[in-house]
Write a new protein. Sequence first.
Length: 275
Amino acid sequence: MPVCTTRDGVEIFYKDWGRGRPVVFIHGWPLNGDAWYDQLKAVADAGYRGIAHDRRGHGRSTPVYDGYDFDTFADDLDDLLTHLDLRDVTLVAHSMGGGELARYIGRHGTGRVRSAVLLSAITPLMLQGPDNPEGVPQSVFDDIKAGILKERSQFWKDTSEGFFSADREGGGVTQGNRDAFWYMAMAQTIEGAVACVDAFGTTPFHGDLAKFDVPTLVVHGDDDRIVPVDATARKTAQLVHGAELKVYESGSHGIAMVDGDKQRFNRDLLDFLGR
């Protein structure tokens, strides 16, 4: 399997499809690089090089017990980009991966980066507070961790409904989408699952976003039940100079995987890449 060994000995699995200018996809929680299959094919078919890795403790990467914080994730991403000697890269990140992208730029700059895409991303801050009343209450994150620890298999099956807004009439989500979500979630370590909740729930990225100096596209669904658009995408677009915001009507958190929404996102992504 293609792997990159990080500075602390963790093996990061990645897919590498196509040839051309590189596009690196960063997955959300609790998924892995398989969540980007449709986008990898789309960019490879369009003449780009698509790369998607599994975060440590997810999918086929080393199932470590620790290191589930955004400084570590950003350094893992830097190790991957350095290992493959990628330059002029477009980074595309979903959900928690948006924090990884932001922290990468915050820690490592944009020397290798051409542009950035934040899809349903957690930036600049998920946790509700006096300065972020639109955010998610701490009790929600506590309930998520309790559900994982109680019986994670059923918890992931239940969580797939909100992830895809599966109860909404007229949506394109299928049982297959929900099964794929469960399959990927079960390939995540239980410690990683819980620790990542603390990481994505409470980490602020305002300082990281202030360091963005590349073209940035922000995409979010207005029916995102996991990452509220008003707490995240709308604020991110204001904090990143020149960012373009696209809000998909009735879009769920799982935009890149659901029929209809994923084709729209792929078109928007290819249009952005071609500029």
